[in-house]
Design a protein around this ligand. Structure first.
Ligand code: NI
Ligand code: MN
Length: 230
């Protein structure tokens, strides 16, 4: 399984079978993603954690061009359908989809979820993606929440993708506790540096995680790295 970073909270997980799961597409408005060509991005599935513009900006054109199945909250599904993106599976927090590649469960995220035009976006979510080759958690945009403690009761995580930019989501200090709650030492940080309000000190963040026994990776935009660690 590989992780390709497109900046902010947009990334793709590529499974050994070649299937590609794209999360939270926000590329064309992202100044840090100028090197990424939207037309080059492929996806079989597009997962949207919530309705904020910095997670759905490029969702409609990508969904239409790729034909990927979009996974999102009920209210985001209704918004997408109005814009002609019709290959969508609506879900809601707590639900599990038995997908061709494994399972996807929508889990609690403590955040908000208005769509770019002001439409109500329902509940924000995180996702646990479980496959025969590995299991990972993407927290979406969230505060540290006790609900995270439920995740290791059901899953043994190989990787956790956590927001760490603070201000709109958890910062580093709380993300370290989140890593403890979900019982995973392999952490990839997202939702940092895109805007002035969420700029972080990379070296300090990595050192803080390391001091608690966790590995934090902060991929560069455009990079592809192994999702799992030995
Ligand atoms: Ni958000
Ligand atoms: Mn966000």
């Amino acid at each position: 399984m590989t992780f390709t970073y497109y900046g902010h909270s947009c990334f793709a997980i590529t499974l050994p079978s070649g299937e590609r799961l794209l999360f939270d597409p926000f590329i064309t408005p992202n100044p840090l993603a100028v090197g990424i060509a939207l037309d080059d991005i492929t996806a079989d599935y597009i997962l949207l954690s919530h309705g904020h513009a910095d997670h759905v900006a490029d969702a409609v054109p990508l969904a239409k061009r790729t034909g990927a199945l979009v996974i999102c909250a009920w209210e985001v599904y209704q918004w997408l359908e109005k814009q002609g993106a019709t290959n969508v599976r609506p879900m809601n927090t707590g639900g599990t989809w038995r997908a061709p590649f494994g399972t996807v469960q929508c889990v609690v995220a403590q955040h908000s979820s208005g769509l770019p035009d002001g439409t109500y976006g329902g509940n924000p979510m995180g996702f646990v993606v479980a496959t025969s080759t590995g299991t990972c958690y993407y927290a979406g945009d969230t505060a540290l929440t006790l609900d995270m403690q439920l995740i290791p009761r059901r899953y043994r995580l190989d990787a956790a993708i956590l927001p760490i930019g603070d201000n709109f989501t958890m910062g580093v200090e709380d993300a370290i506790v989140a890593a403890e709650y979900v019982a995973c030492s392999n952490i990839i940080g997202v939702h940092f540096d895109t805007f002035d309000l969420i700029r972080i000190d990379h070296e300090a963040a990595i050192a803080s995680f390391a001091a608690r026994g966790f590995t934090l990776r902060l991929p560069t935009v455009g990079a592809t790295i192994p999702l799992l660690m030995d």
